[in-house]
Design a protein around this ligand. Structure first.
Ligand code: FAD
Length: 116
């Protein structure tokens, strides 16, 4: 972990980006307007072009070509993103995340109130 004030390494950048993407998906509308859908598609399709980790960006680009974003609803988008994150987890030898728990992790917090 680089000291505070240092440029992000690939891990820090990844954690920050997943936090942003999962949180944004968690608060995406249940019934998005055409404009909201189009903007979410642009956000996701920008990553393979702009994400400042070249091999991450390339692999994400290939993955979303094979598994196009589902921007039809909050639940669909959250699941799609969870699956893309699991694709990266698998590649890196990390644990798979249970996608039934995305809302608990990124929106509601655990039922025991420990995050309230
Ligand atoms: P992270 O994987 O960053 O996850 C953060 C938190 O999200 C976890 O602690 C967990 O609570 C939660 N979480 C985990 N999995 C899921 C899931 N499936 N759904 C919802 N929540 C989940 N790194 C590389 O070395 N090579 C790459 O090719 C690469 N590609 C990347 C592509 C993208 C688009 C992004 C955003 C990141 C990429 N990274 C890559 C970074 C990598 O995914 C991790 O962010 C980094 O290794 C730090 O991992 P971490 O163990 O701290 O947790």
């Amino acid at each position: 972990e680089p000291p505070p004030g240092c440029p992000p390494d690939v891990e820090q950048l990844g954690r920050a980006t997943w936090t942003f993407l999962h949180a944004t998906a968690a608060y995406y509308p249940d019934k998005p307007t055409p404009t909201q859908r189009a903007n979410m598609l642009m956000l996701l399709r920008s990553l393979p072009i702009l994400y400042p980790c070249t091999w991450c960006a390339q692999d994400f680009g290939r993955d979303i070509e094979q598994n196009p974003p589902d921007v039809s609803s909050r639940v669909a988008l959250s699941r799609w993103l969870c699956e893309r994150h699991n694709h990266v987890n698998k590649k890196l030898g990390k644990e798979m995340f249970d996608c039934a728990k995305v809302d608990e992790r990124w929106k509601d917090g655990p039922a025991d109130g420990s995050c309230d």
